[in-house]
Every structure is written in structure tokens, then in C-alpha cells.
Design a protein around this ligand. Structure first.
Ligand code: COA
Ligand code: ZN
Length: 300
């Protein structure tokens, strides 16, 4: 049975913008975030508290968070990879962070500079700071469905990372197909196994559309009852530490599919297209999501 309501976490301001070379002024980022709020997005990953040497675009994380307008029940989150990032997040006053752990050693070293074991130790310390400071700590597993460096990711390796997150009391876990290597059958198998094994976890799925399987993978997740998906407006995104990374599933295409299936998202599709237009203005180029292209051709 499909879920009646699905939550979408917009990751465009983080995953989308982290690939953009030219620095985007903070106020423009805020305009984009505000247009997402207008469209009804209630979960937004707004920035990363990582080293500006690694991701220069998000060096203004503190300023972005300071300028956020809280609106109802909106959950804003920021990505952290180490204690320094967590301290910055606490100082900035964000109420939720996501700690990313890679499912393979090679990605772990390239993305965060440390082994999986060391990254999990850091995650435990970050979770401790979160508990002390009243900040919700989510977990995300990168390259969960396949790694561009190591190939197939054994389910036991993925499960090994999930187990440590679970034992640390993390109750929201996103599995990220960072390189876009997942297939629907694989998604079904993994979600079925993990949901049986770990109770009380709110699972999220995050697909990149490298091979055009993004929405098919979402559908597979829905069939397994997953009710939270991450996406980027305009299909922007990618990982600077992954070769040939394609963007995320586009939020407007995801919303369109869910609404056609009769699933509630709380998002206004027309206002979402406005947010995509805002993003295109900000970047100075056209974006490639299907719904945006359709909308623009209808307007001409
Ligand atoms: N914020 C700001 N600066 C940071 C930082 C953070 N969270 N973490 C480390 N730094 C700085 C340190 O001050 C140090 O600067 P210096 O060379 O001027 O002294 C330098 O970065 C290296 O610090 P170190 O303690 O060796 O870093 P680390 O090994 O604990 O962590 C990461 C390295 C994770 C911070 C770095 O690899 C990173 O930011 N990666 C980005 C990953 C990412 O965003 N991936 C995409 C999303 S999954
Ligand atoms: Zn991603």
C-alpha cells in the first residue's frame, strides 16, 4: 500500500548549490529558500557546515541560518561531517543537522578524509553534542546503493553503518544514491529488509537521476511504504567528490508523480514552478526538470 501522505525534503540549497562554482550571494540563496517555503516545502536542507576549502559555495552557512524565517512547522537542517561543523551549527542556532557517513571506504576517504569507523566515532560525538544542545541529529548514508569507486555495496556493509546510527539513537535515516546507481528492484529489497530489522526509524530516500531511474526508484520506495523523499528543485545537484555526478530527482517532477498517484505532499505545484524560476534567475541558466520544461513551453 502506498502512503497517503509523503514528505519531501528539499535539498536544493545544499546538494544543489554545492556544485555551483560561482559564489551566490547569501540574500539570493534566501530568496530561493523563501520561494520554497511559499510553495509549501516544510523540510529544507539549507546548507552545510563543512570546510569552505572543500565546498566554498556554502561558506556562508551561518549567515544563511541567521536569515531564515521560521514558518510554522518547517524543519530546516544543515549538513555536518565533524565536531567543528557541529559546533558551528550549534552556534548558528539551527535545530536539526544531518551527519553523512559513506557506505564504502573509498568514498568515505574522498568525501570526508577518514575511514568509515573513524567517521562513525565522530558521528557518535556529534550525536552527543546534539543531545546536550537539544539539536535533532539525523543520519544519511552516502553511496548506499552503489559506489563509483568500489562498485556494488554489499547489503551487510550498508547494514553495518545503519546499525551504528541506530545504536546511537538516530531515528531518521536517509539512504542516498549519491552516484545514481540504484535500481528499483534493489531499492525494494533493501527497504524491505531494513524496515523489518529496524523499527521506529523514519526512513528517507535520496536519488540522483544519473541513469534516468530516479522516479522509478522513488516508486519502488513507495511500494515499500517509504514516506519521505529528498529532491532538488530543477533537478540541480551532485556531489563534488563523485565523478560525473548528476542532479537529484527534480522536486517538481516528484510532486507531479505523487499528486498523479493521489498522494498528498502539501506542496503547491504552481508555486513550486515559481521557486524553480527563481532558481534559474539566480543561476543565470535553464534547468532541465521535465515539469519546468513543460511549463515553459506552454508559456511560449
Ligand atoms: N568547518 C570549517 N572548517 C573546517 C571544518 C568545518 N566543519 N572542518 C575542518 N575545517 C578546516 C580546519 O580548520 C582545517 O583548516 P586549516 O587547514 O586552515 O587548519 C582544515 O579544514 C582541515 O581540518 P581537519 O580537522 O583535518 O578536517 P577533518 O579531517 O576533520 O574533516 C572535512 C574534513 C570533513 C571537514 C572535509 O573533508 C570536508 O569539509 N568535506 C566536505 C564533504 C562534503 O561536503 N561533501 C558533500 C556532501 S556529502
Ligand atoms: Zn545527493
Amino acid at each position: 500500500m502506498f502512503p497517503a501522505k509523503v514528505w519531501i525534503r528539499e535539498v536544493g540549497p545544499r546538494d544543489g548549490l554545492q556544485m555551483e562554482k560561482e559564489f551566490i550571494p547569501t540574500e539570493r540563496k534566501l530568496r530561493f529558500i523563501n520561494s520554497l517555503l511559499e510553495a509549501g516545502l516544510q523540510r529544507i536542507e539549507v546548507t552545510s557546515f563543512v570546510s569552505p576549502k572543500a565546498v566554498e559555495q556554502l561558506k556562508d552557512a551561518e549567515s544563511v541560518v541567521k536569515l531564515l524565517k521560521t514558518k510554522g512547522q518547517v524543519e530546516f537542517s544543515g549538513l555536518v561531517m565533524n565536531e567543528k561543523g557541529m559546533e558551528r551549527a550549534v552556534e548558528a542556532g539551527i535545530s536539526e543537522v544531518v551527519v553523512v557517513i559513506s557506505a564504502t571506504e573509498t568514498h568515505s576517504l574522498r568525501n570526508g578524509g577518514h575511514s568509515i569507523a573513524r567517521s562513525l566515532q565522530r558521528m557518535n560525538r556529534i550525536a552527543g553534542i546534539g543531545a546536550r544542545e537539544g539539536i535533532r541529529v539525523r543520519g544519511a548514508v552516502a553511496v548506499a546503493f552503489g559506489c563509483p569507486f568500489e562498485g556494488e555495496v554489499p547489503v551487510a556493509a550498508l547494514d553495518g553503518v545503519v546499525a551504528v546510527l541506530y545504536d546511537a539513537g538516530i531515528s531518521q535515516i536517509t539512504l542516498a544514491d549519491t552516484a545514481g546507481l540504484a535500481s528499483p528492484v534493489q531499492v525494494k529489497g533493501i527497504m524491505s529488509a531494513l524496515q523489518k530489522k529496524y523499527s521506529n526509524v523514519l526512513w528517507g530516500l535520496h536519488f540522483h537521476d544519473t541513469r534516468g531511474l530516479g522516479l522509478a526508484n522513488v516508486y519502488a520506495g513507495l511500494e515499500e511504504g517509504v514516506s519521505l523523499f529528498e529532491s532538488s528543485t530543477g533537478g540541480l545537484g551532485g556531489c563534488p567528490f563523485i565523478p560525473n555526478a548528476a542532479g537529484n530527482v527534480a522536486t517538481e517532477d516528484l510532486v507531479n508523480m505523487l499528486h498523479m498517484m493521489g498522494i498528498d505532499t502539501g506542496i503547491d505545484p504552481a508555486k513550486l514552478l515559481n521557486a524553480a524560476g527563481e532558481l534559474e534567475d539566480m543561476l543565470g541558466r535553464s534547468l532541465s526538470s521535465r515539469m519546468l520544461r513543460l511549463h515553459k513551453s506552454a508559456c511560449q
